[in-house]
Design a protein around this ligand. Sequence first.
Ligand code: CA
Length: 227
Amino acid sequence: MARILIVEDEEDLAGLLDYNLRGAGHVPTVASTGAAALARLKSAQPELVLLDLMLPDIPGSEVARLIREQPEFARTPLIMVTARGEESDRVRGLELGADDYVVKPFSVKELLLRVNAVLRRSEGMAAERGTPLSSGAIRLDPARHEVRVEGEPVALTALEFRLLKTFLERPGRVQTRETLLSDVWGISAEVTTRTVDTHIKRLREKLGRAGDAIETVRGVGYRMGPG
Ligand code: CA
């Protein structure tokens, strides 16, 4: 059972999807334009978005981008619904991180299977990503891929996120530059220990005052207290 946002301007199709998803135990919300979908995002709190690419106001690919831009929904699975022949849109959709796509006309049975598969995958990933971590004013939610300082979202790159997560997972323990290189960058990475310093500096800046929590241990590496 999941909250699903259906973004579809064809009234008959939207009704059909709404009816069948409800029948399968889900809780759907219908939006008939891109603007309506974006406006309804916060209240609908979808766990999956079914997104038509051809909408009357904003292209579906743009709606996808605007959804993804919001940290809260950056990981919400998206299934693109395309019409035959919208090849370039479909490709763009997948580039924007759609989890799957279906081509119109599709059978409702097929769509329900796709919906359940995407939801299962997304739940598995969320469980793997784990529970929230925190230190002082910093809170990192691996499932939502979100970092907040004093409740305010902070935009980090994927690498900065991994770096911060590594510190939070090992409170109070000194991490040598070599350890960080192998655990955050990966052993095959062609980077030097100086790269670590550069990224730590940037991460500290982004965290603002809370960034002071990452201590330099001279000649060894870095440490972040348990807060
Ligand atoms: Ca349409």
